[in-house]
Design a protein around this ligand. Structure first.
Ligand SMILES: [Zn+2]
Length: 84
């Protein structure tokens, strides 16, 4: 897939800043997104799921690699326009 097409689809790329607006209002805010790599998502991938899930981590936390949220649906996040 070309870069242009990826942008048109508005895919989240690893390390992108995103806004979470999903089902847990107390956690709404800005996060770093990566494809979720937990056991359940790995299993879903092997079973042919195209429902990509993401893990979100707090960029201001002491350990920004520690995910705050896992298995987040694409529709629960929006890529932030803040990371030009
Ligand atoms: Zn997962």
């Amino acid at each position: 897939m070309s870069d242009t097409l990826l942008r048109a689809l508005d895919l989240i790329e690893p390390g992108d800043l995103v806004l979470y607006h999903g089902s847990i209002p107390s956690l709404h805010g800005l996060y770093l997104a990566r494809p979720c790599e937990c056991f359940d998502c790995g299993l879903a991938d092997r079973l042919g799921s195209t429902d990509t899930r993401y893990q979100l981590s707090d960029p201001f936390a002491e350990d920004p690699d520690a995910p705050t949220l896992r298995r987040v649906r694409r529709e629960s996040i929006t890529r932030s326009t803040a990371n030009a």
